[in-house]
Design a protein around this ligand. Structure first.
Ligand code: G3I
Length: 305
């Protein structure tokens, strides 16, 4: 389908990007997307506030536009995300435990049913751990009212709905070995030992000068893979420019290629123009859709030309 996607496919991987539905009508955006990528992740359109802003009333139109575009171009779709503390409509936080449990399971069920067979991997739970040295869970309506078991429950529900989608846990600042990634590691290990259905771990990989590509990135991916899950780089962007940025992208691609169970890479946007880092330039195409040195580095690392 696209240059990066084709090069990745030759290595048995996918190469995707986050996509926003409201940019699909922009010719340069669509043509860059179509020319390069073979997987898309809706940047906001599959989040709880976008899909179910009112309880049990679902609006799939914007997400459907992205899925339809992807399918018409032969691209795969990553689902992002079913259970997350952020971009959560207010009504969810107001529920008591019993209601919240059924709302969570209903949300997972309705959304995964709507997209059954159309999503290669779902971020079932996103960002459930705190930053810092505690390795503790993050406060959220799910954590605070349902307790530690909410993650396991979400994965078990997800498996019953779509047995073919890969079920991922996704987080940031877990890209190297640290207290947070150790806590996620322990959870995944426990899930595998007890037969809780989990297939993959997503490493968001939002890097900047405060949070550079860790020197043990590959080793960290490998230790998760050794637990018997796939690993995916799910939201890659790297602040910077020129050859320094390009070298960091090369490191990330090489780390994925060196880990057999690293099944794909997604960058968090097509162009710097629409990056969530509003003043930054963390992506592969500049604001005018020109290829940056980082693009050439990624293509070369994938073995493409
Ligand atoms: O859609 C509304 C629009 O109606 C309103 O007028 C406007 C005014 O602020 O806001 C628009 O919503 C914004 C939305 O993006 C769509 O553009 C939100 O304010 C804004 O907060 C939201 O930001 C998103 C962010 O997640 C929210 O947490 C970013 O686009 C998105 O890139 C970012 O993605 C997250 C991943 O999901 C999880 N990992 C971290 C990553 C980066 O923060």
């Amino acid at each position: 389908v696209g240059a990066l996607g084709d090069a990745a496919a030759a290595k048995g991987r996918y190469f995707g990007t986050a996509v926003a539905a409201n940019h699909l009508g922009e010719a340069a955006y669509a043509s860059t997307l179509n020319a390069q990528f073979d997987s898309v992740t809706p940047e906001n359109e599959m989040k709880w506030d976008a899909l179910e802003s009112t309880r049990d009333s679902f609006s799939f139109a914007a997400a459907d536009r992205i899925v339809g575009h992807a399918q018409s171009k032969g691209m795969k779709v990553r689902g992002h995300t079913l259970v997350w503390h952020s971009q959560l409509p207010g009504w969810v936080g107001g529920l008591g435990a019993t209601d919240l449990r059924s709302a969570m399971n209903n949300h997972i069920t309705q959304v995964m049913t709507h997209y059954k067979g159309e999503i290669h991997s779902w971020d079932v739970v996103n960002e459930a751990y705190q930053d810092g040295s505690s390795g503790a869970r993050r406060s959220s309506p799910f954590q605070d009212k349902l307790g530690n078991g909410f993650i396991e429950e979400a994965f078990r529900t997800a498996r019953t709905v779509d047995a073919d989608a890969k079920l991922c846990y996704n987080d940031y600042n877990t890209d190297g070995r640290n207290a947070k990634s150790n806590a996620v590691y322990d959870m995944v290990k426990d899930f595998k030992q007890r037969g809780v259905p989990i297939d993959c771990v997503g490493f968001q990989s939002h890097f900047n000068s405060n949070s550079p590509v860790p020197s043990d990135f590959q080793a960290n991916l490998q230790r998760f893979a050794d637990l018997g899950v796939d690993v995916q780089i799910t939201e890659l962007d790297i602040e910077g420019s020129g050859s320094a940025q390009a070298a960091n992208y090369t490191k990330v691609v090489n780390a994925c290629l060196a880990v057999t169970r690293c099944t794909g890479i997604t960058v968090w946007g097509v162009t710097d123009k629409y990056s969530w880092r509003s003043s930054g330039t963390p992506l592969l195409f500049d604001g005018d859709y020109n290829k940056k040195p980082a693009y050439d580095a990624v293509l070369a690392a994938l073995g493409g030309s």
